[in-house]
Design a protein. Sequence first.
Lengths: 142, 142
Amino acid sequence: MPTRHSSAVWEGTLREGKGTYSGESGTLGGKYSFGTRFGDEKGSNPEELLAAAEAACFSMALSGALERNGTPSTRVETAAACTVEKQEIGFTVTTMKLTVRVTAPGITNEAFQAIAAATKDGCPISRAIKGNVALEIDAALE
Amino acid sequence: MPTRHSSAVWEGTLREGKGTYSGESGTLGGKYSFGTRFGDEKGSNPEELLAAAEAACFSMALSGALERNGTPSTRVETAAACTVEKQEIGFTVTTMKLTVRVTAPGITNEAFQAIAAATKDGCPISRAIKGNVALEIDAALE
């Protein structure tokens, strides 16, 4: 199995400094700052990256699970919302909410909901954050 | 505190299908596939995104911690290596290794190592994965 590499550089102080991040694939990278993380400045931040990891992992995993069920999907769309709260210990990622819309002919809603819930708990990125971040799901067939 | 949003779409089967992901900031997005995740095809994957989240979060957090110590850094560079292993439960993110190089005039190595170790355990993305993914660190002053 592969090991995947990314890196980040931060120069300067927390509030006035500036950061850059990049992934080894060459398809990922950009600037970030206190303002892009905790404010509304344009740019990415670790929570958006974590949400992207979860959305990408979940969509792929749900597709695989529906296929193994004999009811393959033609499309899985997942929106991931990653909420950060200020707690006594510091800024904490508290919730990852998945809103999932799926086209999968021939599956009942009951069977779909069970598979979606199992994937929410079982996909690799979900398992990387479970117990620390509350995973929520709103899944529907289209 | 903000909630950050990303999304992903997967079309087709697990091995033959294709995915796209994007973040709401508009600075993040691309294609992914079984080949970019588990093989060597060019493109990102959830583990690279998770590594980017960790590297970005850790670099920023260590800068803040060194500043609070009265020994601000001018540069923090963090490489994050995210390892996936095939386990009985499925593909599992087992280790996130951080290689950290820091310019911070006036701090002893002993104090630096303590702050780096505390940041490895305490930054928000580290806390999101802790207990599930082994966090390792190799930190040095430059």
